[in-house]
Design a protein around this ligand. Sequence first.
Ligand code: UTP
Length: 223
Amino acid sequence: MKLVISIGGSILLSELSAENFRKYAKVLKELSTDHQLVVVVGGGKIARDYISVSRELGANETMSDLIGIEVTRLNARLLISSLGEIAYPEPLKDYTEIPRVLSMEKVAVMGGIAPGQTTDAVAAIAAEYINADLLVNATSVDGVYTSDPRVDRSAKKIERMSAEDLVRVVMKSEMKAGARAVIDPLAAKIIERSKIRTIVIDGRNPENLKKIFGDHGGTEIVG
Ligand code: UTP
């Protein structure tokens, strides 16, 4: 199967440590024995720290996004290092490079691509472009909620939802460099237009990535 896995920086970089990267690399290596993998890496707190300093210095949103992209690519390089031989050695900067890398039987690792979006959108576009069988969004919550569970105690987890409903839920989120929503609105629109089979799972425990074909406990988005 062709899998695109988006690993939020908030989980991969919950702390900047070799051990954390090793844990995710181990599971990704296992998945890569049976599947073609594209892994998209987020920016995490480090990206947000850079973005807040760039804003303080007067940078506009595009400039701040470009700084965020650089950080996601640095993180992608660390994941590449932890994957070793099985990964293509450079973070991809263009979707059109993905098929060539997969045909070399290497794991393709990407960070950000363009201002005005997050790595969720990169993962959705990559999945659309290669006709992926499954898009996995591994994040710091255990699924899509009716509203943000970090601020709203009455928020309820949705186990199964349509892409149209996903768009409705995430359109409420703000669009700024470093913004945090469970899935960014552009990603949701891409998922909707191409009916990409998508799951949102709790990625805080890397072992959950092994459950993507079974009882993963997250949210299933169906066409
Ligand atoms: P992400 O928001 O994707 O990082 O990128 P993240 O840490 O995974 O987010 P969580 O884990 O969901 O919280 C960090 C920042 O980089 C810029 C944006 O400013 C984004 O907020 N970025 C990233 C882009 O401008 N374009 C991209 O394609 C990717």
